[in-house]
Design a binder for this molecule. Structure first.
Ligand code: BGC
Length: 423
């Protein structure tokens, strides 16, 4: 084992306080630029046509959460005063290895949307007429709350026939084909917007919603969207931020991805990619002939392994490198930690950039709502994110409470449907 190689890898994934502050400032500048001239920014700042809810929205709604590994359909009653009740739910994976894969290039839009419609059918009361909110977690351009048109797939989705289409039109047709024409999709929102709506429904001082899961992205409430436009939530598509200094493993991963050059931040911080990044770095650190194929779940298991002799980590890594020494196992764990911590630090820098954009030097007391498996479950992640915010913002960081808001996608979709019904 060559310690030097490991140390080089670890150094290349380490981001110090000065670099963090630099990234936060660049992120803020990209928001400012994008508001004036969308072409000048690497952020998309997509309009959601949604404002924050009052918290007193009521009624029963259907919600569809489509955007990651699993699709969920939920029947939710909003009870007002930030309260709600989940009345039915169903979830299914979009890929079942060996059986089907609705996200692949050889799948088709009709099959995908029929699958979604049937899942909605499982939670709707028989013959029910109901409004549906749809959390669709891919970059989409809208001119109102209904008409989201998919710009391009992310997270390695490749189903043909959806890019460029109005996703709720595809869903409405599928619902009709499945005999569910009483169900009317009325609102489409991104999952970051949904997380923000869900959190704000319950905790009014929320202005930022973010997802740190399979994919990564953040939305915030922009008070000045331009002339003649009301304040509204903007979906930054922050995974596309590219004022960064990728290292050679970031570059390799990007080159081998479905869409090289796109989603550069996302490929450094999101669950879809962290395992692969670790595998690429390990290949060079251990001088292996082929990447060891570690998943993000493996990375998580390694981070959780606090046993004195790192047995779980050793067993996992020796699947690909059978003669790995005990010392190399220790170094590999340190590398895994550095990659996870970098993801959290980069994400924190983007939050600081948004806070600076909104509040300048004096951060207003507020909640930042975050959902996603990395924030919820990846060891070290939460702590590293908070630490980075403190490094960038100093004592002002205490005013920004980062909180896990679980399952905001479904509640947020129901809130959006309620807001659409009121309009
Ligand atoms: C998508 C975003 C989404 C994020 C989290 C990204 O790949 O482009 O729209 O919010 O994943 O699901």
């Amino acid at each position: 084992m060559n310690e030097r190689l490991f140390q080089d890898c670890i150094d290349a994934f380490t981001i110090d306080r000065a670099a963090l502050a630099h990234i936060a400032a660049a992120f803020r500048r990209d928001i400012d630029l994008g508001l004036d001239d969308p072409g000048a920014s690497s952020l998309r700042l997509l309009k959601s046509y949604a404002d924050l809810p009052d918290g007193d929205e009521t009624g029963e709604f259907l919600a569809l959460d489509f955007g990651g590994t699993n699709v969920r359909a939920v029947r939710i009653a909003l009870l007002g005063n930030g309260r709600y009740e989940t009345r039915a739910k169903a979830a299914k994976p979009l890929r079942a290895p060996g059986a089907y894969d609705l996200t692949a290039a050889d799948a088709c839009a009709e099959a995908l949307f029929d699958f979604l419609a049937r899942l909605i059918g499982e939670v709707a009361a028989p013959g029910q007429s109901c409004l549906l909110g749809h959390t669709f977690s891919f970059p989409s351009v809208q001119s109102n709350l209904y008409d989201a048109r998919l710009v391009s797939w992310t997270k390695e989705f490749a189903t043909p026939g959806v890019e460029g289409e109005i996703v709720n039109d595809l869903l409405t047709c599928a619902l009709r084909r499945c005999g569910l024409s009483g169900i009317r999709p009325v609102a489409v929102i991104n999952d970051t917007v949904a997380t923000l709506l869900a959190a704000a429904y319950q905790t009014p001082d929320t202005r930022i919603g973010s997802i740190c899961g399979t994919g990564h992205n953040t939305a915030y409430l922009e008070p000045h969207c331009g002339r003649a436009l009301p304040r509204m939530i903007l979906n930054l598509e922050s995974g596309g931020f590219d004022r960064l200094a990728p290292n050679r493993w970031d570059t390799r991963l990007d080159a081998q991805s479905a869409r090289p050059g796109q989603q550069r931040l996302e490929k450094m911080v999101a669950g879809r990619y962290l395992g692969a990044l670790f595998s690429h770095a390990l290949t060079d650190a251990l001088e292996l002939s082929a990447p060891p194929r570690c998943t993000t779940e493996d990375l998580s298991a390694i981070l959780a392994d606090n046993s004195p002799r790192l047995e779980a980590t050793a067993a996992l890594l020796r699947r690909s490198a059978p003669s790995l020494s005990a010392e190399a196992v220790v170094w590999s764990k340190a590398l895994a930690e550095t990659i996870a911590v970098r993801a959290a630090r980069l994400t924190a820098a983007t939050y600081a950039g948004i806070l600076w954009h909104l509040d300048d030097a004096h951060v207003a007391p507020q909640q930042i709502a975050v959902d996603g498996t990395l924030y919820e479950k990846l060891p070290l992640y939460k702590e590293a994110l908070r630490q980075a915010l403190c490094e960038i913002l100093g004592p002002e960081a205490d005013r920004a409470r980062v909180a896990l808001v679980k399952d905001g996608s479904a509640l947020g979709a129901a809130v959006a449907a309620a807001v659409a019904a009121r309009a």
